[in-house]
Design a protein around this ligand. Structure first.
Ligand code: ADP
Ligand code: MG
Ligand code: MG
Length: 504
């Protein structure tokens, strides 16, 4: 890996760079590799009608990625899909873990209470859909043999499938147009295609068709995307809708904040979820699948009626992507429990071969509770020297929530009560090998040392009735890249860029 970046990426002249950035500017917009501009780029007073779109932040070159690591991450995705489906089906096991969080984390508690309320009424839908993304970094600490180590597993609102498909196509286009000069590593077989858009949409379509195959329906069926107000990463979502529409599956977007104005749930036996679009107040659709691209963060819940909305979605007969149990299965705490070295749980949920494969991708994660491991972890976490190679994570999604290195002890102090620490996990930092690349963001090109994070998408449809996995597929990949020195890699949050792999 050391030699990895010396002769990559190729050097381009000023004229070549101008040409390639102009090409990226147009290609990205022409192919929907775009975002609505962040407010600091273009304020709403400068774009009062909200019509502007700009290129999504992308890398100039595909970043180098060890071929063996890439294949391994792809190869274990279906085992991971099954693992998380089985966790979501095991309410008793999951409940014990969540119980510890409920005591210290209001958001997790509210979600769990909705599950309990619905359980009391009795769930009317046994089918559940997961559009998952398992994230990894390449670790070279072990004798320089590169290995993938999992950063986290996402079970709700796993994003960037749409845009990552397009960035792979962009890099392939730049290569085919011979804009990269001749370079080592870059050749037709080092740039694998990325089919995330079609395979993720296929997952939604499969759930929809399975729902449709059961019983006679009074109203036409639809898939409902429940989204955040003012979403900037909208084209990433839109492209999934367009694939569904092209399959003649009516698909609508509803902002979570206005859910209660547009949905009803029928009587307590069937609990069919009916949707009336604002633009067609005389029509009604029966919702087959609720796809949540919201509700993963406390700030989506402003009033009591937002909690009510989440409750009604959960109790309805629509297939949820994800259900509350599936959402909670994605907690960092669950990942920590699975990653405990002596943990028997992987073997409980998976056959031995799959369990061993998955286990190899774990890195050290510790609880911050009163167990023996927890006490050892606390001693590290309050020591400003020892915590240099760790990250502290709360049970949150969407980026920007973690505490790094020396910031950990003062953060824990600021929590006051030590009992609250157990809402967090302490994770060893993975240090991927840096390489060089350039990021094109907001029209500017910035070059330097970067590191990458690979996400592998998967889709899974299962039935908690009989514990059956009905559909389980790989669904393409995402490569995200950030400056070596930046701690978080959120593309939307303004630190990172979308990338594709050049396999070596
Ligand atoms: P979120 O659910 O908010 O995305 P993550 O666990 O993915 O939370 O953490 C956010 C980012 O922090 C990751 O994308 C990665 O850049 C960095 N990060 C998290 N865990 C680690 C780790 N163990 N080693 C190195 N970087 C990490
Ligand atoms: Mg996440
Ligand atoms: Mg993440």
């Amino acid at each position: 890996m050391e030699a990895f970046h010396n002769d990559y990426p190729p050097t381009l002249s000023r004229e070549q760079l101008d040409h390639i950035t102009n090409t990226i500017k147009d290609w990205t917009i022409a192919h929907g590799l775009a975002v609505r501009p962040p407010n600091e780029f273009l304020s709403s007073s400068q774009d009062p009608q909200g019509v502007a779109a700009i290129s999504a932040p992308v890398t100039l070159f595909p970043s180098l990625f060890p071929s063996r690591c890439f294949s391994e991450a792809i190869a274990i995705q279906q085992a991971y899909n099954e693992l998380y489906a089985r966790i979501a089906m095991d309410e008793e096991w999951l409940g014990k873990i969540i119980q510890e969080l409920v005591e210290v984390d209001d958001f997790i508690r509210e979600l769990w209470q909705i599950h309990e309320r619905v359980k009391k009424d009795g769930y009317v839908q046994a089918l559940q859909l997961g559009l998952f993304r398992s994230d990894y970094m390449v670790d070279i600490s072990n004798n320089s043999v590169p290995q993938i180590k999992q950063v986290e597993f996402n079970t709700i609102s796993s994003s960037f499938g749409g845009l990552s498909t397009q960035v792979a196509a962009l890099h392939k286009y730049l290569f085919d147009s011979q804009l990269y000069n001749t370079a080592h590593y870059l050749n037709a077989s080092s740039l694998p295609p990325n089919d995330a858009t079609t395979t993720l949409a296929e997952g939604l379509a499969t759930a929809h068709l399975t729902y449709a195959s059961k019983g006679r329906k009074e109203y036409p069926l639809c898939v409902l995307f429940v989204v955040q107000e003012g979403e900037k990463n909208i084209f990433d979502q839109r492209v999934l809708e367009y694939v569904l529409q092209a399959k003649s599956i009516p698909t609508f977007r509803l902002s979570f904040a206005s859910t209660m104005q547009h949905i009803t749930v029928t009587n307590n036996t069937d609990r069919v979820l009916l949707y009336t679009p604002a633009h067609a107040p005389a029509s009604k659709f029966e919702v087959s699948v609720v796809y949540l691209r919201s509700t993963y963060t406390p700030s989506d819940f402003i009033s009591e009626s937002d909690w009510d909305a989440r409750y009604h979605l959960e109790r309805s007969a629509a297939i949820k992507c994800p259900s509350i149990l599936t959402h909670l299965a994605g907690s960092k705490k669950v990942q920590q429990v699975l990653a405990t070295p002596s943990s028997p749980y992987l073997d409980k949920f998976l056959d031995k071969e799959k369990a061993d494969q998955v286990r190899k991708s774990f890195t050290a994660i510790y609880p911050l509770d009163d167990s023996e491991a927890g006490r050892k972890a606390k001693a590290i976490a309050i020591d400003s020297a020892k915590c240099q190679s760790y990250v502290l994570k709360p049970q949150r999604e969407g980026g920007g929530n973690n505490i790094y290195r020396a910031a950990i002890p003062p953060f824990l102090q600021s929590l006051g009560d030590e009992a609250k620490w157990k809402g967090h996990i302490l994770m060893e930092l993975i240090e991927p090998p840096p390489q060089k690349n350039s990021i094109f963001r907001g029209g500017l090109l910035k070059s330097g040392e970067i590191i990458t994070e690979l996400g592998v998408f998967g889709t899974c449809l299962w039935s908690s009735d009989g514990q059956k996995i009905i559909y389980n597929t790989n669904a393409g990949y995402l490569l995200r890249t950030k400056g070596r020195e930046s701690e978080e890699g959120g593309v939307a949050a303004g630190f990172g860029a979308i990338d594709s792999v050049c396999l070596v």
